[in-house]
Design a protein around this ligand. Structure first.
Ligand code: SAM
Length: 316
């Protein structure tokens, strides 16, 4: 094994295992907690096409990351299914030595017609976002007049194609907190895992206020008041400490080692400037091995011990 193939670990010994790849910054939804229309409106300057990494560039980087220990890739965005022929990228990534798992996070709007193609290409699992079963509530949140039925169809199509499904629900006080119990009721026993996510502060653009947050403990109490809850062991070690072994690649090819990091490390420049695989690998390894930030860790594990409630089983 060449030295560059040794798995990278950061200064705290955390190995690089998961890579989250944003394939576009665009989305057809304008979820008020994520891409509110008053900021991401008609005049918003999304990335020009040539600034996005091509499928070939993403695959080359995927190979570099796999050489450093990454085993799981998650495609996200923006809305990843807005990238035409995404299944072609999935097939290319699935062919990389060492990549064991490819997942997709999507709003579901374009998933029903693509689920089979994606599964055939090598996609292993899908997370679909859905914030309510009530059309009025859901449409007020997605601000794109997209109905609940479209997302439920997408979930059914994904399951029909053999893909395990998780459902992400962001809970925002006064918007969809009334939807928590109906969602729990609907997905209880469905075989799909419902994940209830606290409304997070993702920068200066989504109007985050602490008053809008329904804390995980409150969500647990709400559901626990209706059905008996059982605490389950995490399905794999990374599941409890998700941010610690994860890196993020933005649509224009910047590497972030922390959800809240302001500045990324540009990989597109070297990639397009003729850097060898070895040079790219050395760059990624040096970013990761120098990573000493405990900011996201402290923020998620100490100040806010839980940000996500994953509901795979509700007893009773
Ligand atoms: N467009 C895709 C989707 O809708 O799933 C992928 C990108 S989206 C940013 C990924 C996930 O982040 C979604 O489940 C979304 O609900 C969640 N999200 C976005 N903004 C959030 C916020 N402020 N707090 C918590 N979760 C958020």
């Amino acid at each position: 094994m060449a030295a560059g193939d040794l798995p990278a670990a950061d200064t705290r010994g955390r190995p690089l295992r998961d890579l989250r790849i944003s394939v576009t910054d665009r989305c057809q939804f304008r979820c008020t907690y994520c891409m509110p229309r008053d900021i991401f409106g008609r005049d918003f300057a999304f990335l020009p096409r040539q600034d996005l990494l091509t499928f070939e560039e993403l695959t080359r980087l995927g190979r570099v990351f796999a050489g450093l220990g990454v085993r799981k890739l998650r495609l996200t965005g923006g809305e990843p299914l807005l990238r035409r022929d995404l299944e072609r990228l999935v097939a290319m990534l699935a062919g990389i030595d060492g990549v064991e798992d490819i997942a997709l996070t999507t709003n579901g709007a374009l998933l029903a017609g693509k689920a089979r193609l994606l599964a055939d290409a090598g996609l292993r699992r899908v997370t679909v976002s859905l914030d309510s079963l009530d059309d009025a509530v859901f449409m007020a949140l997605n601000d794109a007049a997209f109905p609940v039925a479209g997302v439920l169809d997408a979930i059914a199509a994904a399951a029909g194609a053999g893909l395990p499904v998780k459902v992400n629900m962001v809970v925002k006080r006064g918007c969809n907190d009334q939807s928590v119990l109906p969602m729990a009721e609907h997905f209880r026993g469905s075989g799909h895992v419902l994940r209830l996510i606290e409304f997070m502060d993702v920068g200066t653009t989504n109007g985050w206020r602490l008053d809008d947050v329904v804390a995980a403990a409150e969500i647990i109490a709400l559901i626990g008041g209706r059905w008996p809850l059982e605490l389950l062991a995490p399905s794999y070690p990374g599941a409890v400490l998700p941010r610690l072994s994860r890196a993020r690649l933005s649509a224009e090819g910047s590497l972030y080692t922390c959800l809240f990091a302001g500045a990324g490390h540009d990989l597109r420049g070297p990639l397009r400037g003729g850097a060898s695989d070895e040079a790219l690998r050395a760059q990624v390894a040096s970013v990761w091995t120098r990573r000493a930030d405990r900011y996201s860790e402290l923020r998620s594990l100490a100040t806010r011990p839980e940000q996500k409630v994953e509901m795979s089983h509700i007893g009773g």
